[in-house]
Every structure is written in structure tokens, then in C-alpha cells.
Design a binder for this molecule. Structure first.
Ligand SMILES: [Zn+2]
Length: 83
């Protein structure tokens, strides 16, 4: 088995076409990702999270969780050290 061949059209794959995709785990769990397709038959060979935007997506999710926590329990609000 040659791992550098497309499993659908059997063409040697030296490069892939990358396209942005949204990866949806649930209604609120969404991440930006890339799909990698065969340049000959356009079959999707792989999909992965976008490493460049993953940090921003996680940070946004943490900030949203902190807002929810603060709305539920004001005691958890961290004092601003500059005040
Ligand atoms: Zn192909």
C-alpha cells in the first residue's frame, strides 16, 4: 500500500488542495479547520483543526465560560490587580 496515492483515484499525491471548513462537535462546540483534497479527483483525504486559529477558538470558549460562571456566581469574579 502506497500512502502517497489517493485511495479513490490511485493517483500519486505530491500536493493537496486545502480548503477552510467548520468542524462542528455540538451546537456550541465549533472550530475552524482545513480539509485536504486530492487535486485530481477532489476526494477529501483528511480534515484537521486549523492550528493557526485553534488557540483563538479555545481562548474565545474560555472567555465565554468565564462570563457564564460570573453571571451564575459573582463570588468567582477575580479582582482586577490594577485597581
Ligand atoms: Zn484522487
Amino acid at each position: 500500500m502506497n500512502l502517497n496515492k489517493c485511495p479513490k483515484c490511485d493517483t500519486a499525491v505530491a500536493k493537496v488542495n486545502a480548503e477552510p471548513v467548520e468542524i462542528v462537535f455540538s451546537r456550541t462546540d465549533r472550530y475552524r479547520g482545513f480539509s485536504y483534497a486530492c487535486p485530481n479527483c477532489y476526494s477529501v483525504l483528511s480534515i484537521e483543526m486549523n492550528p493557526l486559529t485553534l488557540k483563538d477558538d479555545i481562548l474565545t470558549e474560555i472567555q465565554e465560560l468565564r462570563q457564564v460562571t460570573q453571571e451564575v456566581d459573582p463570588e468567582t469574579v477575580v479582582e482586577n490587580p490594577q485597581e
